[in-house]
Design a protein around this ligand. Structure first.
Ligand code: COA
Length: 343
C-alpha cells in the first residue's frame, strides 16, 4: 500500500484572463515583395495575409512576453505573487539555457514559481494550457501563466517565396486558475513524427557555419543563410485540412457538446483557406464567431491562439463566458484541441 498522501488540487480549472502584445512595426505585403517574386494579390488569396508585425531589437521574446503577461494578469484580477507556475511555449528564443520562463517569472513579480519552456510549435498554446490545467487540478499550483511567444521574423528566409510572407511576431498570454465547474474541456492532442520533415529548421545550429559550407544554403549574395523555417506547404495544408477537422470534432465530442453549442472558433492562424475549410467540414453554424486574425497578424505559431482570443474579446466579437473551440497544429507534426470558456 502506498504511504503517499493524495495531492489536493482544485476540482477544475478555467482561463481567468488573457493579454496580447503585437510589435509596433506593421509589415505590409509590399515589403515582402521586395525580396520574392510574388504579388499582393497572390499572398492575400492563397494565405489571407495582408500585414504582419515584426519585432524590433527591443521587442525580445522576454519583453513581448512580459507585456502580454502583464495584461493577462490584470485581466484575471489576481496579483503576480499568486502565480505558482509559468509555462512559455516558443521555438524562437535563441538561448538554449536557462529557460526564458524563469526570467519572465522573475520580471513580472512572481515568487519562486515553477517555470519552464516547452517546444510544441503551433500547438504550443494548447500544450501549455493542458499542462497548466493539470498542475491546478493536481494541486501543485493555484494559478499558472501560459505564454505563447514567437519572433519568427528571425527564423524566416525572406528569399524563400514559399514562406517569406507567412510568419509574424508577437506574444499572447493567459492566466489559468481554479474553478468549481469544468471550463477547460478534455484535450485531444498528439504527434505524428513520421511527418517531422514537413516543417523544419533548414540547418541545425551545430551544422550552421561549422559545417561544410558547400552543403549549406546560400543567399543571393553567396553568404551562408541564417537557419530558417522551411515547409512542404501543400503537404501541411492537406494534413491540416483533412486531419485537423477530425481532431477538432473529437475535442467537441470529448467536451460533450456539438457545433451548435459553440459561440466561438479559434483555430491556429496558419492560412485563411485552412480556417475556411475547417469551418465548412465542422459545419459550424452562422452564429459561431470565427477568429480570422491571420489577415493582420500572420502566423505567429504558439502566440496565434491567445493573440486571436484577446483580439476577439477586445473588439467585442466575442464575450466573457462564451464557449470556444481552440485548435493548434504545426511543426512536429503536433496538434492540440480543446473547448474552453472565454475569460
Ligand atoms: C504556403 C501556402 C500558402 C502555399 O499555397 P499553395 O496553394 O499550397 O501553393 P503551392 O506551393 O502549391 O504553389 C502553387 C503555385 O504558386 C506558386 N507560388 C508559390 N509561392 C508563391 C508566391 N509566394 N507567390 C507567387 N506564386 C507562388 C508555385 O510556384 C506554384 O506555381 P505552379 O502552379 O506554376 O507550379 C500553403 O501551402 C499553406 O498555407 N500551407 C500550409 C501552411 C501551414 O499551415 N503551415 C503550418 C505552419 S504551422
Amino acid at each position: 500500500m502506498s504511504k503517499i498522501k493524495p495531492s489536493k488540487g482544485a476540482p477544475y480549472a478555467r482561463i481567468l484572463g488573457v493579454g496580447g502584445y503585437r510589435p509596433t512595426r506593421v509589415v505590409p505585403n509590399e515589403v515582402i515583395l521586395e525580396r520574392i517574386d510574388s504579388s499582393d494579390e497572390w499572398i492575400r488569396s492563397r494565405s489571407g495575409i495582408a500585414t504582419r508585425h515584426w519585432a524590433g531589437d527591443e521587442e525580445s521574446v522576454a519583453m513581448m512576453s512580459i507585456e502580454a503577461a502583464g495584461k493577462a494578469i490584470a485581466d484575471s484580477g489576481i496579483s503576480p505573487e499568486q502565480i505558482g507556475g509559468v509555462i512559455v511555449s516558443t521555438v524562437s528564443h535563441f538561448k538554449q539555457t536557462p529557460a526564458v520562463a524563469t526570467e519572465i517569472a522573475h520580471r513580472i513579480g512572481a515568487v519562486k514559481p515553477a517555470a519552464f519552456d516547452i517546444s510544441a510549435g503551433c500547438a504550443g498554446f494548447g500544450y501549455g494550457l493542458t499542462l497548466a490545467k493539470g498542475m491546478i487540478v493536481e494541486g501543485s499550483a493555484e494559478y499558472v501563466l501560459v505564454i505563447g511567444v514567437e519572433r519568427l521574423s528571425d527564423l524566416t528566409d525572406l528569399e524563400d517565396r514559399a514562406t517569406a510572407f507567412l510568419f509574424g511576431d508577437g506574444a499572447g498570454a493567459v492566466v489559468v486558475g481554479p474553478s468549481d465547474e469544468p471550463h477547460i474541456g478534455p484535450t485531444v492532442w498528439g504527434s505524428e513524427g513520421d511527418k517531422s520533415e514537413t516543417i523544419k529548421q533548414t540547418v541545425a545550429w551545430d551544422q550552421w557555419r561549422v559545417g561544410d559550407v558547400s552543403e549549406l544554403p546560400l543567399d543571393s549574395k553567396g553568404e551562408v543563410k541564417f537557419p530558417a523555417i522551411t515547409q512542404e506547404g501543400q503537404a501541411v495544408f492537406r494534413w491540416a485540412v483533412f486531419e485537423m477537422a477530425k481532431v477538432a470534432q473529437q475535442a467537441l465530442d470529448a467536451a460533450g457538446i456539438s457545433a451548435q453549442d459553440l459561440d466561438v472558433f479559434i483555430p491556429h492562424q496558419a492560412n485563411m483557406r485552412i480556417i475556411d475549410s475547417m469551418v465548412k467540414t465542422l459545419k459550424l453554424p452562422e452564429h459561431v464567431t470565427v477568429a480570422r486574425d491571420i489577415e493582420t497578424t500572420g502566423n505567429t505559431s504558439a502566440a496565434s491562439i491567445p493573440l486571436a482570443m484577446e483580439r476577439l474579446l477586445a473588439t467585442g466579437q466575442a464575450k466573457s463566458g462564451d464557449t470556444a473551440l481552440v485548435i493548434g497544429f504545426g511543426a512536429g507534426l503536433v496538434y492540440a484541441a480543446t473547448v474552453v470558456t472565454l475569460p
